[in-house]
Design a protein around this ligand. Structure first.
Ligand SMILES: [Zn+2]
Length: 274
């Protein structure tokens, strides 16, 4: 297959406006143009790799390593420093909010991790949760499966939308999308499915890069949130909030501390709307 037949041509994933009416941003490339929608301002890749291609060629375990190496070659000192700083931050300021948000909001029961990779998060869930996952990479789905099945859970090997669509309504007390929604070609339909599979008392926890962060303005195309072509959506706090609400979810936590412009990422917790 040539490249053209292995990509999806997209309209604006937020409002469906045609891509060619949007402004081309300097953060994309000739092969992977990035657009800012002229109707709603949403930022996205006009073209996205098809799921099957993602499953093998752009599997996370490969691209993340390739990207890391590329960045290190480009700016060895900056990367060295930022990695040390990141470790420091994680230890001292506890930047990873996932464990505390799970503990605070997710009732005991079945928890679904969308894009669960090898099951790192699922494997660390406390005993009151039964771990389930969806993973598009065959190898990672296999590894995650061996981890969660002894605890009564399971892994669906499929893309997120197909995987989620197969699951029964109101099955989960928690859905985790940590660094996932920026990869999803059809984020609106995925969020709609998430609202469907959650129990009324359940919550979804979303972590995505914050396109509105100061670091993005300063670092420009070198911002860590840009990853071509596997990050296909670039959310601001407002565009994330709009899409979540539009798809039948009500935010329960999305305060200033969860969407600081000084952080590269933002966190949102939402429950199904009544
Ligand atoms: Zn739009």
């Amino acid at each position: 297959m040539d490249v053209q037949s292995r990509v999806v041509e997209r309209t604006c994933p937020a409002c469906n406006s045609p891509a060619n009416q949007g402004k081309v941003l300097p953060y994309g490339s000739a092969e992977w143009p990035m657009r800012e929608c002229n109707s709603c301002g949403f930022v996205y890749l006009e073209r996205a790799p098809i799921y099957e291609r993602l499953s093998e060629e752009f599997a996370w375990e490969k691209t993340s390593q390739a990207e890391k190496t590329q960045r290190e070659e480009r700016e060895p000192v900056k990367q060295g420093l930022s990695r040390a700083f990141k470790t420091f931050r994680q230890k001292v300021i506890k930047r990873n909010k996932l464990p505390e948000l799970i503990e605070k909001y997710v009732p005991a029961g079945k928890v679904l991790d969308i894009g669960c990779a090898a099951g790192g998060i699922l494997g660390s869930l406390p005993a009151q949760y039964t771990p389930f996952g969806i993973e598009v990479s065959r190898q990672l789905a296999h590894e995650a499966g061996t981890l969660v099945r002894p605890r009564g859970g399971d892994i669906v090997h499929d893309n997120a939308l197909n995987g989620c669509t197969q699951l029964p309504s109101q099955m989960f007390t928690g859905v985790l999308m940590s660094a996932f929604l920026e990869h999803e070609v059809d984020p609106k339909n995925l969020l709609k499915q998430v609202a469907r599979v959650l129990k009324p008392e359940g919550v979804v926890i979303i972590k995505v890069p914050n396109y509105g962060s100061w670091n993005r303005s300063i670092r420009k195309e070198r911002w860590c949130g840009f990853r071509l072509p596997d990050h296909v959506n670039y959310f601001t706090p407002q565009s994330l909030l709009n899409m979540v609400i539009e798809q039948g979810l009500t935010p329960v936590q999305f305060g200033l501390a969860d969407r600081q412009p000084t952080s590269d990422n933002m966190w949102l917790v939402a429950k199904p709307a009544l």
